[in-house]
Design a protein around this ligand. Structure first.
Ligand code: TMP
Length: 220
């Protein structure tokens, strides 16, 4: 399914395994855009809306007997609402959206790691969001063993999965980066914060430039 929706915004998503450093890198990317006169919308999944944040709590800290199908449907439900009420309107206003996780997370975690079927989960989520794909996806690639060392705090329901789960997630992101080579940018997330951020800025620069020129905003 492909989207018939056209918008003048720039839809940037960030993906990766648990503890790959996404939040820090998204905050620094936001800062970079603001320095260029752009006020991006920062949002996340699961979450991003009041309903979505409630569902996030239920999914991540929900009962241990939650089955994979229920989990997959809850992720896609919060996504449908998030896109319809928050992200799409922003894209139609021509805004830059920095989104922490999108449907690729469901494909990697539920489709591959939970073995529900990559194609089934992709189709379910494309249906939920009427086929809308990001303009660009930053994949922060990090060895799950290194990510595990970086983990802080009590592990949530998904973080309690064995390390093999995170390896399956990573493998699926590699597959997605090949299938969607035009929108994927694979970033080596093993370096220090600054060097990872430099890679992200280099990857985004041409698209941001083009967006600013087309919309005649910021310092382009
Ligand atoms: P976060 O820690 O990056 O905010 O993500 C929360 C957890 O939810 C993380 O373990 C990844 C997982 N997740 C899925 O399994 N499927 C999804 O569709 C999304 C958005 C997140």
């Amino acid at each position: 399914m492909s989207s018939t929706d056209t918008h003048t915004g720039l839809f940037i998503t960030f993906e990766g395994g648990d503890s790959c450093g996404k939040s820090t890198q998204i905050a620094l990317t936001k800062q970079w855009l603001e320095e260029r006169g752009v006020a991006p919308l920062l949002t996340r999944e699961p979450g991003g809306t009041e309903l979505g944040e409630k569902l996030r709590e239920l999914i991540i800290h929900g009962p241990d007997d939650m089955d994979p199908h229920t989990e997959a449907l809850l992720y896609s439900a919060q996504r449908a609402y998030h896109m319809e009420t928050k992200v799409l309107p922003a894209l139609h206003r021509g805004e830059v959206v920095l989104q922490d996780r999108y449907l690729d997370s469901s494909v990697a975690y539920q489709g591959a790691a939970r073995a529900l079927g990559v194609d089934e989960i992709l189709q379910l989520n494309l249906w939920a969001v009427r086929g809308l794909l990001p303009d660009v996806t930053i994949f922060l690639d990090l060895d799950p063993e290194v990510a595990f060392e970086r983990r802080t705090g009590e592990p949530d329901r998904l973080e309690r999965e064995p390390n093999s789960f995170q390896h399956r997630v990573r493998e699926q992101y590699y597959e997605l980066s090949k299938t969607y080579a035009d929108r994927y940018r694979v970033i080596d997330a093993s370096g220090d914060i600054e060097s990872v951020q430099q890679q992200i800025r280099r990857a985004l620069e041409p698209l941001v430039e083009e967006h600013l020129r087309a919309n005649k905003v910021g310092n382009a």
